[in-house]
Design a protein around this ligand. Sequence first.
Ligand code: MTE
Ligand code: CO
Length: 417
Amino acid sequence: MNSTTRRGLLKGGVAMTAGLAAGKASAAGPDPLITELQDWASYTGAGVDETPYGMPIRFESHVVRRNVEWLTASPISSINFTPIHALDGTITPQGCAFERHHSGAIELSKDDYRLMINGLVDRPLVFTYDDLERFPRENHVYFCECAANTGMEWAGSQLNGVQFTHGMIHNMEYTGIPLRTLLKEAGADMSADKWVYVEGADASSNGRSIPMEKALDDVLVAFKANGEALRMEHGYPVRLVVPGWEGNMWVKWLRRVEVVDVAVESREETSKYTDVYEDGTARKWTWVMDAKSVITSPSPQMPIKHGAGPLVISGLAWSGHGQITRVDVSKDGGITWETARLGKQGDTKALTRFYLDTTWDGKPMLLQARAMDETGYVQPTKDQLREQRGENAVYHNNCIQTWYVSPEGIAENVEVS
Ligand code: MTE
Ligand code: CO
């Protein structure tokens, strides 16, 4: 760019800023960032050999996973949360994607990796990592949501940040082999009434039963996420991807797939990840994550700093049943609704970004988002969900979330009824 063009552009920029932010730049006199030569334009910057593998610039060091210390007894069997308030678009970088381990993250090399397929198969097989790389592979973007995401909201508004209320979710592009390909290779009994029991190589093993229909549908044996190897914490070198279904079934460090006649009824699918009703009976086989959405900005960690005027309200929506077809946003706690703009349509079982480009009058707001999916399902209110499930529930909370925004732009987690 030559200097004349650059000056021309900058002038335009100043005029725009003045219009938007009520003349902030002009009131304070000439802006030295515009009029004076800065250090970064006076000297050379860093060389290409200084960061062989990059980290975010230091100004973004607050965009990190965080945990809530009192939530679990120890950091070994624990959870941390994706900073969804600070991200945009839909892809979650692995470096800040939430992690959930039942017995800590293990370090398993590709050389030591083995995947066994046994049970009701003609040929029990053991694959090495190199074997897996020789099967035809696919790329798909999917969300992974822990069934416990938003779980604390059953009992009220206790966590003041969308990272903590909704951050047990990530959305990555996986590279993997359809599980059906490996089942065929082993000559598995693929009758509709069969199941696969999948387990990991970690001490918890996190065993889960998956009905054959799902195993043959879209389940992936994945070894890359967002183009690169899985991070250790996400199951390096190989994890299971179970699109649209609760995160617990996405077995990490996948070591065995057993074809079985009946569901195993393991710990993770009986005493955990089921929803106990008021009368003590439990809802089980609640695998699919129902449609859900949340406003990520403004939110408690993302106050409005610019006062009244143009405001971009943004958030995420997703459904384990397929595509998000519509997201509505309310500024008055669900009395009136406006339809938001979807960043990109058509992704299935993946995060969808939505925006409401609006004007804020500076008055208090009760912000809510409500998602609809391709089945016609509409995200329920908290009260509707409590009526259906009672107050004992921990998992599968997909209720509409409310943020109160004060005239100062401060947002807080509240409930409306
Ligand atoms: N797989 C194994 N082997 N061990 C585990 O502890 N945790 C499960 C699942 N798979 C777990 C596992 C749970 S509860 C969730 S929500 C997801 O992994 C989380 O995946 P992530 O850590 O990549 O976010
Ligand atoms: Co989980």
